[in-house]
Design a protein around this ligand. Structure first.
Ligand code: TYC
Length: 101
């Protein structure tokens, strides 16, 4: 009598699977001052002046710009904090998140 189970496991998780990453996207609007967008990008996404200015200009010209790619909770926290920074000053500044393909 043996209580050792010798049945092979039928489901094996693929070893290469990783948690999905999320993009934070900056959305353009007609009201938030350019300098304020740059300020928020520097404060919330640790960008330098040049990086922040390029991202702001891309959103300004094209409508949206990817700010960065992060784990889900980090992406959501940063997008919320950055959006709230604009709202607290009465601006419609918006950061959204979206899963990476
Ligand atoms: N379009 C704004 C302006 O002309 C500046 C701006 C840029 C606002 C990017 C939001 O995501 C944005 N003042």
């Amino acid at each position: 009598m043996s209580d050792i189970n010798v049945q092979p496991r039928t489901k094996v998780a693929p070893k290469t699977q990783r948690p999905r990453l999320y993009k934070v996207i900056l959305v353009n609007d007609d009201f938030t001052p350019r300098e304020f967008v740059v300020l928020v990008l520097k404060a919330e996404f640790r960008m330098n002046e040049g990086q922040a200015h390029r991202v702001m200009l891309t959103a300004h010209k094209r409508g949206v710009c990817v700010v960065g790619v992060f784990a889900k909770d980090i992406a959501e926290t940063r997008a919320t904090r950055a959006t709230d920074a604009g709202r607290s000053r009465g601006y419609p500044l918006l950061f959204t998140t979206e899963p990476e393909e």
